[in-house]
Design a protein around this ligand. Structure first.
Ligand code: EPZ
Length: 420
């Protein structure tokens, strides 16, 4: 096992690159299952979830090479449509193979993803959409068994604009017979990039980036290459690392329009933000103002930034309320932040954060990906030493975050430990 040791109080200064987006790569990769050729995806982050998806697709018969952020995926020998529990339980995004396998091969057996650190994460919208497209769906011994001759286009409305269900339906509809309308679709940048990639393969999609997406099914799709978008959540996390330490940092290789809401909230908190087409600079100006946040689907404030915002508000002047409307119980980071001296009370799906003058280093434990990011941020600002256990969580979605923070002046190191 490994842990981080952070000696807090260093002001972060300088420039840092943002990696490719984990949550778009996790959709782009299974999308290549829709064709039987060789596809290349550039700007893929070196994070553990990508390696889990590589393992899963290799199990299906894909031949994948991953070298310096470039994924080469050859699907000419995909011959297995079973996604086993051993792999799916490690990563919910494995459900993204359902749509492509079903629409290309007429059969998919995918383990139910199970829960996650902060509670149930249903997949009913995915299954209802596949049924609407004509699939027979059975649940057997913890597996989804989906069968269909050729899927048929349908009109599908999502009561909740689910990112994953929108992605699965886009991929399934791309090879269905006839046209599909997705109403109340997710508009996250990761879904836009998936739709753009499918279009490059020959899919016929209108309304990309809107809540009404129309897909005209085609008979086959061809291999294509794609340059992945930057990771907007890593960008937001690094901006808060700069702000929580009173620093001045420039992010490179970022798409500012993907983080507009986060930038607005950071300005309200008293930071000076400047951006051009692929850089964002944050300058600290002294005190951190207390700013309430309510998470929402894109372009609202992302739930994946909720934990990081709570860490920042722990040191703000005054009280702020952070409400998560997407995942009402995503607050496992709160008791760990309290160990560092934060004053937070969780009331239903809100955290009421009373800013404190300072945080003090302690030993804390990661519980999930974004919770661990919030602990790193708090540790950077805390006086003294913070030790963060179970950092395998953070490695799922951040590429060697300690290296990036070190280049900005943080005193952080990754060490081996038998502590769990
Ligand atoms: C994606 O998960 C992201 N993961 C999550 O990021 C992110 O938190 C989430 O979108 C919301 O933005 C990837 O892209 C791999 P949803 P996903 O389906 O697709 C409910 C991270 O930290 N829902 O948009 O699973 C669900 O319970 C991860 O990088 C249903 O009710 O999210 C939730 O309340 C964590 N039925 C809401 O929709 C369904 O069938 C949004 O979920 C599906 C979802």
């Amino acid at each position: 096992m490994e842990k981080f040791i952070i000696r807090g109080g260093k002001i972060l200064e300088g420039k840092v690159d943002v990696s490719g987006a984990k949550n778009s790569a996790l959709a782009l990769m299974p999308a290549t299952l829709l064709n039987d050729g060789i596809n290349a995806i550039e700007n893929t982050p070196e994070v553990n979830d990508i390696h889990t998806m590589i393992k899963l697709m290799t199990e299906l018969g894909s031949n994948i090479n991953f070298d310096k952020h470039r994924l080469t995926i050859d699907n000419s020998n995909v011959n297995n449509q079973v996604a086993p529990y051993e792999l799916v339980k490690k990563m919910r995004a494995s459900i993204y193979v359902l749509g492509p396998l079903l629409t290309r091969f007429g059969y998919a057996k995918v383990s139910m993803p199970g829960g996650c650190a902060w509670g149930p994460r249903p997949i009913n919208l995915h299954l209802e959409a596949m049924k609407k497209l004509g699939a027979e769906i059975e649940l057997e011994l913890g597996y989804i068994i989906a069968k269909s001759k050729r899927l048929r286009g349908a009109k599908i409305h999502f009561d909740v604009p689910s990112v994953g269900a929108t992605g699965n339906t886009l991929m399934a509809a791309a090879l269905a017979k006839g046209s599909t309308l997705i109403s109340n679709a997710a508009t996250e940048p990761e879904i836009v990039s998936l739709a753009e990639y499918l279009t490059k393969m020959g899919a016929k999609i209108n309304g990309i980036g809107t809540k009404m997406i129309e897909i005209e099914g085609v008979d086959t799709l061809s291999p294509a290459d794609y340059y992945n978008i930057p990771d907007r959540i890593e960008a937001g996390t690094l901006l808060i690392a700069a702000g929580i330490t009173g620093g001045n940092v420039t992010l490179c290789n970022v798409m500012p329009n993907h983080v507009d809401t986060i930038l607005i909230k950071l300005e309200e908190a008293g930071f000076r933000l400047e951006s051009n087409e692929n850089e964002i600079t944050l300058r600290s100006t002294g005190a951190i103002a207390n700013v309430d946040v309510t998470t929402d689907v894109y372009p609202g404030f992302p739930t994946d930034m909720q934990a990081q915002w709570i860490a920042l508000m722990s040191l703000a002047n005054g009280t702020s309320t952070i409400t998560d409307t997407i995942y009402p119980d995503r607050f496992n980071h709160v008791p760990e932040l309290a160990r560092l001296g934060a004053n937070i009370e969780v009331v239903n799906n809100s955290a009421v954060v009373k800013g404190v003058g300072k945080l003090t280093g302690a030993k804390v434990m990661s519980t999930d990906l974004r919770a661990s990011a919030s602990l790193v941020l708090a540790g950077l600002a805390a006086s003294g030493t913070t030790e963060i256990l179970r950092i395998y969580h953070i490695d799922r979605g951040y590429q060697r975050i300690e290296e990036k923070l070190k280049t900005l002046g943080a005193d952080i190191e990754r060490v081996k430990t038998d502590e769990y």
